[in-house]
Design a protein around this ligand. Structure first.
Ligand code: HEM
Length: 134
């Protein structure tokens, strides 16, 4: 709680606390640099250009953490499990995805509390998206 408007303390969203759009863009950009070189993950992405996928994940995370709802406006309801059905998300894909996210998160330099909050969510979300046996 940092700002005072009309005499009341206003809570900042997590999105604002970690630095807004720039932080999420940096995180996901770094993540996709990892995906681009990953022999298991790279072939899973249907588009030659990873830019649009980078944009979708950035907008989704921004929205999830209290930023603008551009994701919903352009893509509709996230329905993440449904959207991952076309891809084989097994334990190996899950681990590779999280490894690149971990590397990207480490480079952001967030406070320990913010970093742990984000990591807990990402690991939880990734586990829910596994849709194929080992
Ligand atoms: C567990 C490992 C995961 C794998 C292997 C994986 C793989 C993929 C692939 C191949 C795509 C298609 C690229 C695209 O069209 O954007 C995609 C899309 C997407 N993924 Fe994942 N993903 C994983 C986990 C996650 C997690 C944990 C989240 C959220 C926290 C997430 C959020 C998204 C979003 C928002 C999209 C774009 C959906 C759309 O609007 O079409 N994914 N993912």
């Amino acid at each position: 709680m940092t700002e005072i408007r009309r005499g009341t303390l206003q809570e900042q969203t997590f999105y604002e606390q970690v630095g807004g759009e720039e932080t999420f863009r940096r995180l996901v950009h770094r993540f996709y640099e990892g995906v681009a070189t990953d022999p298991l993950l790279r072939p899973m992405y249907p588009e030659e250009d990873l830019g649009p996928a980078e944009d979708r994940l950035t907008l989704f995370l921004m929205q999830y953490w209290g930023g603008p709802s551009t994701y919903n406006e352009t893509r509709g309801h996230p329905r993440l499990r449904m959207r991952h059905v076309p891809y084989t998300v097994d334990r190996a894909a899950h681990d590779a995805w999280l490894k690149h996210m971990r590397d990207a998160l480490d480079e952001l330099g967030l406070s320990e509390e913010h970093e742990q909050t984000l990591w807990k969510y990402l690991t939880y979300a990734a586990a829910t998206l596994i849709n194929a046996p080992d």
